[in-house]
Structures are given as C-alpha cells and as structure tokens.
Write a protein that binds this ligand. Structure first.
Ligand SMILES: O=C(O)CCC(=O)C(=O)O
Ligand SMILES: [Fe+2]
Length: 273
C-alpha cells in the first residue's frame, strides 16, 4: 500500500511526546495528493454538499456545524486512513499490538461557531456518561485530521500538555490545572498550548489529555474548517460510541482490518450484560 503520509513511522521524539505530553503533533504530514483527494471526497459527500448549499442559500442562518458520527460514507482515501502503514506503525509504536477500531466522525465548522471548552474524551476516565472503571487504564486514541488546517484564533485546537498524567479526581479540573495546583503531580508546569496547523496536519492524542477548541470568527478567511477523526481503543469491551462496522467493510477486509473491526459495538447494557 502506498502511504498517504510523508512519514512511515513515529520517531523516538514523537514517542516521547506521546508519553510525556499526551499528544503528538504532525505538521503537514499528508502528502499533498492524498490531502487534496481527502478534501475532495469530503466535499463530494452528498450530505456535506447539502449542508454547504443550505448555508450558502441562507447566509444569515445561525452558525451550526456539520457533524456525523460514525463517519461511514468514506471514499478510498477515507478508508485508507484506517490502515495506512503509517497509522498502523503509530498505533503499534504507542500502544502495542492489541487494539480495535472504535469509531469515527466528520465535522465542518463554519464562521461564527462558538468554542468547545476543555474536556477529556476517554470515556472511562472522568465523564458525565457511565464509566467502566475496569477499563480506566486502557488506551483510547484519537487521531485528529485537519485537511484544511487552522490558524491560532480561528478554531484552533488547544491542549494542556501533561494533563493526562493527573489522576481523575473530581477536583482535578482544567481550571485548577491551569492555576498550577497540579504541577507537582504532573511533574511539570501545566499550561495551555494553542496550536496552529497547516493544511494536511494530524494531531495524535491520548484521550485523557485536556483539550479545547476556540471559536471561529465571523470574518474568518476560511469558510469551513474540516476535521475528521478516527478513534482506536485497546482491545477489550466496547467504549461509549464504539460503532457498528458496516457489513460491507468486513466482507472486503483483509486479516488486519478484520482484527480491527471484529469486536462488539457499544450498547447501553454492554458493561453489565
Ligand atoms: O474540532 C477539533 O479540533 C477537536 C474537537 C474535539 O475535541 C472532539 O471532537 O473531541
Ligand atoms: Fe475532544
């Protein structure tokens, strides 16, 4: 398989970032051809076209994102993201050989959309949803793709590097972390880092890290910021949102993809049944 990416494996520095900071930033990691094809696939998706057309026909409409989870309507590039050799090497280098594909999402953020406050997405860590404590120490990886990038102050992602090292108590809020109350526990100064990423960048995160997104100004030069995400979890029971995999994907799958896909999907009673 010809990789979509300019790299074939993470470096020792990347692996250090993953463990020490809780994320790895890969600037402009897509080869330009793959990035352009991915953008085209997303723009050619019928629902995305309808969303963009509807907004262009009603310019005064309230700012609403396009959001779909799971993102099943993928083209060939979207599919290759799941098992591209670079992604496989990254997952194996960071969390070892036993993991599943969990789920995916696609998001377009228009001008005027508001911020997302600091949060963690590891659903067994500290969360308003049901929690499965037995799974708490297992990895949950979010691969964030930014095919058209973002600037600081324009729907930028921000992270608190090292916040994944703080135990998940009720008191350990992002506000208190930023006030310095958990520096000793994390073994470093916890502070906010606002990222700026070129088109075709990727941010690979341990979902225990606190992260947030800033608003998109009404006069942003970029009409829509595209964000797609694939999530992988260590082998074990489903996470919240672990998606049903379309039968067609499994029928056409090689052994590696079968291993990613043949696991249970989330149901409301999946941790008790
Ligand atoms: O839009 C982004 O850059 C990230 C959004 C996010 O935090 C999430 O989907 O959990
Ligand atoms: Fe998130």
């Amino acid at each position: 398989m010809n990789s979509l990416f300019r790299l074939n494996k993470p470096s020792a520095t990347d692996l250090d970032s993953f463990h020490n900071d809780g994320y790895i930033f890969f600037p402009a990691v897509f080869k330009e051809e793959g990035r352009e094809k991915l953008v085209d696939e997303i723009h050619n998706n019928g629902d995305v076209r309808d969303y963009i057309d509807a907004r262009e026909n009603t310019p005064d409409a309230e700012s609403k994102s396009y959001f779909v989870r799971p993102w099943n309507d993928r083209g060939p590039v979207g599919h290759q993201l799941i098992d591209d050799p670079f992604i496989t090497a990254l997952l194996q280098g960071t969390i070892g050989p036993d993991y599943h594909f969990c789920h995916s999402a696609l998001n377009l953020a228009p001008r005027g959309i508001g911020p997302i406050p600091f949060h963690q997405d590891h659903h067994h860590w500290k969360h308003e949803n049901p929690i499965n404590h037995a799974e708490r120490d297992k990895y949950y990886i979010q691969i964030l793709y930014y095919p058209n990038g973002f600037k600081r102050g324009d729907r930028n992602l921000k992270v608190i590097p090292g916040s994944h090292l703080v135990a998940p108590t009720t008191e350990a809020t992002p506000e208190r972390m930023l006030a310095g109350d958990y520096n000793a526990e994390a073994g470093r100064k916890l502070e906010e880092r606002r990222l700026e990423v070129e088109p075709g960048s990727m941010v690979y995160i341990n979902a225990r890290i606190f992260h947030a997104v800033e608003a998109k100004p009404i006069d942003s030069p970029q009409p829509y910021r595209i964000f797609n995400i694939d999530i992988f979890k260590e082998a074990g029971p489903p996470h919240r949102y672990t998606q049903q995999v379309p039968t067609k994907w499994i029928e056409g799958a090689d052994d590696y993809r079968k291993k990613l896909f043949l696991r249970d999907a989330y149901t409301d009673d999946c941790w008790t049944a």
